[in-house]
Design a protein around this ligand. Structure first.
Ligand SMILES: NC(=O)c1ccc[n+]([C@@H]2O[C@H](COP(=O)([O-])OP(=O)(O)OC[C@H]3O[C@@H](n4cnc5c(N)ncnc54)[C@H](O)[C@@H]3O)[C@@H](O)[C@H]2O)c1
Ligand SMILES: N[C@H](CO)Cc1c[nH]c[nH+]1
Ligand SMILES: [Zn+2]
Length: 440
């Protein structure tokens, strides 16, 4: 049974604000644990990574190569069944098509002062892609991380994924080879994020770390940010469904559980204008939980972090959804297009009754690495842009320089930066006297 809220209750605002502020760390001091692991990895490199890999994943790896004799990508991939390879190829091509369409253009223009301005997009040199692997195996995350990096033109793509007790799905291995990963290390958690950020053994540091993971992985990415780039905080999965009387309660229950089953720290929320739908979904969740192999962690997620919120109308539903800023928002309503403009903060939106979030997890082509923990208020999901940077470019002609110089000079004086002022004035003299060799 999840918690219920009703916006018409007098204590709604107090209870809802408290709910919004809750951490989903389930009793762990995640920040402290991760800081210690990162310190150790920075100080001791491969030795620390090997030690934590033995402790958390029960896998022995070589502290120099960070490899294990038990995990061989090519051998594993050979065991991937043909129909699963075909599904991975299908997803790969759809993800490639979607992300190819995201490529931005370089741009330049000359303004009325005679100054040429613009920007150029260039790709990152090296990225680390985190593929989760603690509780489940994620070939789909291999593709979501790697395909856009490849399309962007990243030179070196380093994949890490934990292989608990040396076990790794053949599909993960096949997806890695299919997508074109350059290096692979069977490591996970904060120690893998540290190895990517600081370097460890033969693993040279990367420029940016992307990809989803549990609370430890998400926190480790947050702590190394600045030393390296990161995409966003893509932690334990979340789903928020807005449903009206046209929604099918069994379908909504299945969608809520599809994210609850990822992790006990996941969060599933139903917002509904219809009391009967709310009650029917709650019952359907209880019934479906009993049939799931992942029912235990899904039940923990639903009872600890889940919620059903009863609202007066769809406008109120949108306001509340925007405050939550969930990773995934499904609009299971009669007019999803009418509702879409009201949704401002969400990692990804799924329209109508036949677009379950799980379709986007695998094969619509859009990226499933998405902001969680309300980070959708200020960031977007993984995309081609994450593997590109925008460089500004400018050129002033002698006339353009003359038009801009007086204001620049005045600002340099106001900031009391005489070398800046001289860098302008030394040229102002040259522009007035072309004989001094200014070449524009
Ligand atoms: N937001 C997204 O885009 C997105 C996408 C896919 C998956 N996910 C999330 O990824 C996560 C996958 O989690 P997972 O656990 O299966 O795999 P994971 O690879 O993220 O985490 C496994 C690692 O966690 C570390 N760990 C576990 N318990 C620890 C402890 N007590 N102290 C220190 N480190 C510890 C271990 O090093 C282990 O290797 C789920 O939360 C899922 O919801 C999110
Ligand atoms: N729902 C996850 C993102 O939160 C992605 C995923 C991968 N496999 C299944 N689901
Ligand atoms: Zn999922």
């Amino acid at each position: 049974m999840a918690r219920t809220f009703n916006t018409s209750a007098p204590d709604f605002e107090t209870r809802f604000s408290r709910f919004l502020g809750e951490q989903r760390a389930d009793g762990h001091d995640v920040g402290g644990i991760v800081a210690k692991i990162l310190d150790e990895v920075e100080a001791r490199g491969g030795e620390a990574v090997a030690r934590y890999t033995a402790q958390f994943d029960e896998l022995q790896i070589d502290p120099t190569t960070l490899q294990s004799d038990n995990v061989d990508l090519a051998a594993l991939a050979a065991d991937c069944p043909a129909d699963l390879k075909a599904a991975i190829d299908f997803a790969h091509d759809r993800i490639a098509a979607y992300h190819s369409a995201q490529r931005p253009s370089d741009h330049s223009f000359t303004d009325e002062a005679g100054v040429e301005l613009g920007w150029r997009w260039t790709s990152l040199e090296s990225v680390g892609v985190y593929v989760p692997g603690g509780r489940a195996s994620y070939p789909s995350s291999v593709l979501m991380n790697t395909v856009p990096a490849k399309i962007a033109g990243v030179d070196r793509i380093v994949m890490v994924a934990p292989a608990p007790k040396g076990e790794m799905g053949p599909a993960v291995a096949y997806a890695a080879l299919r997508a074109g990963v350059d290096e692979f290390y069977p490591i996970g958690g904060a120690q893998a994020v540290g190895a990517l950020a600081f370097g460890a053994g033969r693993l040279a540091p990367v420029d940016k770390i992307v990809g989803p993971g549990n609370a430890f992985v998400a926190e480790a990415k947050r702590q190394v940010f600045g030393r390296v780039g990161i995409d966003t905080i893509a932690g334990p999965s979340e789903i928020l469904v807005i449903a009206d009387e046209t929604a099918n309660p069994d379908w909504i229950a299945a969608d809520l559980l599809s994210q609850a089953e990822h992790d006990p720290s996941s969060q599933s929320i139903l917002i509904t204008v219809n009391e009967a739908v709310g009650r029917a979904v709650d019952n359907a969740v209880d019934k479906q939980l009993k049939t799931l192999a992942t029912g235990e962690r899904a039940a923990r997620s639903w009872s600890t972090h889940g919620a059903i919120i009863f609202v007066a109308d769809l406008d109120q539903a949108a306001t509340i959804a925007n405050r939550i800023a969930a990773e995934h928002v499904e609009l299971a309503v009669a007019d999803p297009d009418g509702m879409l403009p009201k949704i401002r903060h969400a990692g990804a939106v799924f329209l109508g009754h036949h677009t379950p979030e799980a379709l986007g997890d695998y094969v619509t082509g859009s990226n499933h690495v998405l902001p969680t923990s309300r980070a959708a208020r200020f960031s977007s999901g993984l995309g081609l842009y994450d593997f590109l940077k925008r460089m500004s470019v400018q050129r002033a002609s002698p006339a353009g320089f003359a038009a801009l110089a007086p204001a620049a000079l005045r600002l340099a004086e106001a900031e009391r930066l005489p070398a800046h002022a001289r860098s302008i004035s030394i040229r102002s003299n040259a522009v007035q006297d072309p004989g001094t060799g200014d070449d524009g």
